[in-house]
Design a protein around this ligand. Structure first.
Ligand SMILES: [Zn+2]
Length: 170
């Protein structure tokens, strides 16, 4: 229960305090093809379409599998681990609108398949902690009927960063 509180206090870490994303979110428009993706967070899981024949994940959502040669591979949503790697990132310092703090835009590769990448925000992480290829895990932020998949450092690194000096000295 206290996890969120301890993990989301970037001001106790060194460097710039980072927000969770832009102050105003532009939400995706839900339709029959993408609704499963934007609402999966209600069950706390991340799901992607997966081909029933070649077993590859396909993102963004498509009507049929682009990897199957005859183009007839049927796609069904399937849950993934929610773990991935931070492929690349940038810290946005530009204040596009009032109260817009700095935040991290990251490109995350999911562990299940290298070419499935999500443009997302990295949260619960100080700017100095960000590293390419660092392991991250999904966390969801609900806005109306949309659960945005955001990512944070995997394995409790965020909690350590917020509460303890780096390096574990006492
Ligand atoms: Zn396929």
């Amino acid at each position: 229960m206290s996890e969120a509180a301890s993990a989301s206090d970037p001001e106790t870490t060194t460097g710039t305090a980072l927000g969770r994303g832009p102050a105003i979110r532009v939400l995706p428009r839900l339709d029959g093809a993408n609704r499963f993706f934007w609402t999966s967070g209600a069950q706390g899981v991340l799901r992607f379409l997966r081909c029933e024949r070649c077993r590859r994940y396909v993102h963004p959502p498509a009507p049929l599998c682009p990897y199957c040669e005859d183009g007839q591979g049927r796609l069904e949503p399937e849950a993934v681990s929610g773990r991935g790697r931070l492929h690349s990132f940038t810290v946005n310092y530009q204040q596009w609108i009032p109260d817009d703090g700095p935040y991290v835009v990251g490109l995350v590769t999911i562990d299940e398949q290298d070419d499935v990448r999500l443009m997302t925000n990295i949260v619960d992480c100080a700017a100095a902690e960000l590293e390419a290829e660092m392991p991250v895990e999904v966390t969801f932020e609900q806005h109306e009927d949309v659960w945005l998949p955001l990512f944070r450092p995997a394995g409790g690194r965020a909690g350590a960063a917020a509460g303890e000096p780096a390096g574990g000295s006492r």
